[in-house]
Design a protein around this ligand. Structure first.
Ligand code: FCB
Length: 437
């Protein structure tokens, strides 16, 4: 069965930051620091999904999706990132899973969508090797409670974005700007992934995936310097996270002045390359790369993409980039590429309800339709794609952008928490009703 789903993440929708024993995460700390997020927005309340989840499950049932990708908040399960389980935190996901199954919706939890318990960050966060071991312990606790009903699990969400935005550039929590000093955060996340695969399987998980953010990398020209820069960017964004997981080795990082990653110990790559049942791919747009200007500290420069429509975020809309990416993954990894699930794809728009209350987001309808067609083309070209999840079910807390980028199929009025399905919701419902897989 092809999985048609929606995707969300705990910190972006749940709210209830202090309830039922939840501990603080790096995103609570970061969003409460002045100047970190647009207008100082935080996820304290977000979509109040922690209380309104029955309504949200009903919205998904009405949409007709057969899968839901959500994330489990580690600080609800282990408020300090280690030690005993907080049963009340897991109770929430237990109820959610039961309600989803009752509605015929396959639950697909992600264990880490960037909300590291603050106590672990205080000990070095993902720069510390110990965090990988703590992650596996947490995975065992979550699966120990849920794996009797949850068959498919995702370990990490987008370790590239978490490393780059959180540890290299300081745009996301935990707000560190270490540039290449952030690389241990890549390795320790991947090690945590590998250790968690073992823990999940031991607890009875049947299918285990990782979700990587991937981008087709376009060189700004055929000049050798631009081609080399594009290759360096591909290494950082795509290969650093796909190669170790799929083929058990790191790509050549010499463009970054790194001969070997010091944080890698003997045996780590065997753990990281534990066989998977699928790979989650999040796709938003391609990236066009040029050689860096003389004073740049990195071996590439983002040259920007013009000639395409853009989302409210300013991201270029290139549906065929999804086909290109999927086919490229198949070409690069061959039989080492497990079945692919597009675990996020979607667009932000300035959605405002009209006087009749209708949100006529026809741009999103066109976006989704064309990206789904791109998935179909990739399938015809031989890529084993088994799922497609729209980001997102609800308008939500979009990290550093606060509540400014609306990605939902359902509009959320953040003052009243009123949910209003947009035109794209009705379109997807009709599309799914007619879909043959
Ligand atoms: C992805 C994140 C997701 C959401 C979308 C727009 O990088 O995984 O949480 O913010 O971007």
């Amino acid at each position: 069965m092809f999985l048609w789903g929606t995707a969300t993440a705990a910190y972006q929708i749940e709210g209830a930051a202090d309830e039922d024993g939840r501990g603080p995460s790096v995103w609570d700390t970061f969003s409460h620091e002045p100047g970190r997020t647009r207008e100082g927005h935080t996820g304290d309340v977000a979509c109040d999904h922690y209380h309104r989840w029955p309504e949200d499950v009903a919205l998904m049932a009405g949409l007709g999706v057969n899968a839901y990708r959500f994330s489990i908040a580690w600080p609800r399960v282990q408020p300090a990132g280690s030690g005993p389980v907080n049963a009340r935190g897991l109770d929430f996901y237990d109820r959610l899973v039961d309600a989803l199954l009752e509605a015929g919706i396959t639950p697909v939890p992600t264990l880490f969508h960037w909300d590291l318990p603050q106590a672990l960050e205080d000990g070095g966060g993902w720069l510390a090797r110990d965090t990988a071991h703590r992650f596996a312990e947490y995975a065992a606790l979550a699966a120990g409670r849920l794996a009797d009903r949850v068959r498919m699990w995702i370990t990490l969400n987008e370790p590239f974005v978490h490393m780059a935005y959180g540890y290299a550039m300081g745009i996301h929590a935990p707000g560190r700007a270490l540039m290449t000093g952030a690389l241990p955060a890549a390795h320790h996340q991947l090690l945590g992934h590998g250790l968690a695969v073992g823990a999940l399987r031991a607890a009875g998980a049947e299918q285990v995936l990782i979700t990587n953010n991937c981008t087709p990398v376009w060189s700004a020209s055929d000049a050798a310097a631009d081609l080399a820069a594009a290759e360096a960017y591909d290494v950082l964004h795509n290969r650093l996270f796909n190669d170790p997981v799929l083929i058990g080795k790191y790509p050549d990082l010499s463009a970054y002045g790194v001969a070997n990653l010091d944080s890698v110990h003997d045996g780590d790559l065997d753990i990281i390359a534990a066989p998977l049942d699928g790979i989650g791919i999040n796709y938003y747009n391609p990236t066009r790369i040029a050689a860096p200007s003389a004073d740049a500290g990195l071996p590439f420069e983002d040259a920007g993409i013009s000639g395409y429509p853009t989302t409210a975020f300013g991201w270029p809309v290139v549906p065929d980039g999804l086909r290109e990416l999927l086919v490229h993954l198949k070409d690069r990894y061959g039989d080492a590429l497990p079945p692919v699930y597009v675990t996020e794809n979607g667009c932000s728009q300035e959605d405002v309800p009209g006087p009749d209350g209708v949100v006529d987001d026809r741009g999103r309808i066109a976006y989704l339709e064309r990206h789904i067609q791109a998935v179909r083309r990739a399938q015809r070209e031989g890529v084993d794609v088994r799922g497609y999840f729209v980001w997102s079910l609800l308008d939500n807390f979009e990290w550093a952008e606060g509540y400014h980028q609306r990605f939902g199929l359902v509009h959320v009025d953040f003052a009243t928490q009123r949910r209003t399905p947009k035109a794209s919701y009705a379109w997807l419902r009709d599309f799914l009703a007619a879909a043959e897989d």
